[in-house]
Structure formats: C-alpha cells, structure tokens
Design a protein around this ligand. Structure first.
Ligand code: PMT
Length: 219
C-alpha cells in the first residue's frame, strides 16, 4: 500500500528529447529516452496525483492514468506547456530540450554537393524559465544534466531561472542519466540539498516526488 501523499495535486511533467528539423527527413536531437520523466509520471499517479505529461518523441507507452501530449520540437513543447501551466500546481522539467534549432527547416530534402556545409542555429525558448516567470507560477522543479562542477552549475540554474528546486544528475558517469534504467540525483533548493542514491529510475522518481511534496506542504 502506498500512501497517496499527492492526492488531488496536479503535476505537469516534461520528458524525452526534442527534435529540431533540418528538412523533412532530418533533425537534431539528443540521447534522452524519456525513462526518467515517464518514471516520474507513473510514480506521481501511484501517489494520487493528476498528471499531464508533455513528451518529446520516445518509444515508451504512456503510463496508465496519465494525460500525454506528444510534441516534436522545443517550440511545440513550449507551446503545449504554456497552454497547460495554469491548471497545474507543480511543474517538473525533465525533458532534454534542445537549446538551439536550425534557423529554418528546408521544405525539401537538402541535397548534397561537393561544397562544405555549415548549419546556422538560433536559440530555442527556455520552457523552464518561462514557467517560473508565469504570473500563476506552479512549484517549479528543473533538472540539470551536467558532466562537471555539478553543484556549481545546478545552483546557478536554480538561481538564474528562479526555480524552487533543481535535480542534478552527473551524466558523465555510467549507469545514470541519459538512456539508463538507473539514476542518482542531488537535489538542491535555496537553503538545502538532498542526495538520492543510485537506484532504479522508479525509486529515484518516488523519492524526488516525496521531497517535492514535503516542500509543497511547508510553502
Ligand atoms: O530521458 P532519460 O534517458 O531517462 O534521461 C534523463 C535525463 C538525463 C534527460 C534527465 O534526468 C535530465 O537531466 N533532464 C534534463 C536534461 C537537460 O536538458 O538539462 P539542462 O541542464 O540542459 O537543462 C536544464 C533545465 O532546463 C532542464 O529542466 C530542462 O528541461 C530545461 N530547459 C532547457 C532548455 C530549454 N530550452 N528549455 C528548458 O525548459
């Protein structure tokens, strides 16, 4: 039996990678599988929450009881999140959103020639920062995928993006982060931190949600 500590709480979660089109058959993306975000969605439902999952392209089935909105690009994800944000009390940005996209997507397949080719990229909107700026701001939790100086970069994002909490994973280590079944997180907030030891993403998700719940109560 699991105590439904998130009964009646509505969570908006992003998961997976984004795809930034170059032409009709090519795109820029990253190695996110969606496993961490989907584990959060599944465990949040188990704890009694209402869950909306905005997901980039992944091969996972939507967890039972979750409302899934499927998107491709960062711009699509931004639009879907902004349309949903007011209706939710908690936002967790677990998606690996592309920071840049090609300046334009070619309508026809790009043809090769003998010349060198370079790509011009422009910045994508920052979904997490825009959620945190919203007038009806939910309790806002970010993720940080780092390969070095994890605490410094994670705390930097916490402050700069005005978040309530940030969950940092060291993605340089094997068996955690992108596409692994397991993970380890260090969660930071303004005046504290908690390490969630290496374990299955399902367990890590459960612990992160319980931590969020304890902060929601004391707000
Ligand atoms: O999907 P899996 O294979 O299970 O892997 C899980 C994971 C490694 C992808 C996940 O645990 C994780 O770390 N997700 C965040 C990855 C990331 O893009 O981190 P970042 O440090 O680049 O971004 C910081 C935060 O800003 C994230 O919450 C991200 O969702 C958000 N962001 C970033 C850029 C952008 N344009 N909009 C955003 O909202």
């Amino acid at each position: 039996f699991v105590e439904p500590v998130l009964n009646g709480v509505s969570l908006l979660i992003t998961a997976g990678p984004t795809q930034e089109a170059l032409d009709p058959v090519r795109y820029l993306t990253n190695k996110s599988s969606g496993k961490m975000g989907y584990a959060l969605a599944e465990q949040a439902v188990a704890l009694g929450a209402n869950v909306t999952l905005v997901s980039g392209p992944v091969s996972l089935a939507a967890p039972a009881g979750v409302k899934r909105i499927s998107v491709e690009s960062a711009a699509d994800m931004h639009q879907a999140v902004m349309a949903e944000v007011e209706a939710h009390q908690v936002f967790i940005g677990c998606a690996a959103v592309a920071d840049y996209r090609p300046v334009s997507a070619a309508e026809q397949k790009i043809k090769k020639s003998n010349a060198e080719m370079s790509l011009e990229l422009v910045r994508n909107p920052d979904i997490l920062a825009d959620v945190a700026k919203h007038a009806k701001r939910p309790f806002t939790v970010g993720f940080a995928a780092e390969t070095n100086d994890v605490e410094t970069y994670a705390r930097g994002k916490l402050e700069r993006k005005n978040l309530d909490m940030i969950a940092a994973n060291d993605v340089s280590k094997a068996g955690q982060g992108f596409n692994a079944d397991t993970n380890a997180l260090t969660v930071y907030w303004k005046d504290g931190e908690r390490a969630l030891a290496h374990g299955h993403k399902r367990q890590i998700a459960r612990q992160l949600l319980q931590l969020i719940q304890s902060h929601l109560q004391s707000k």
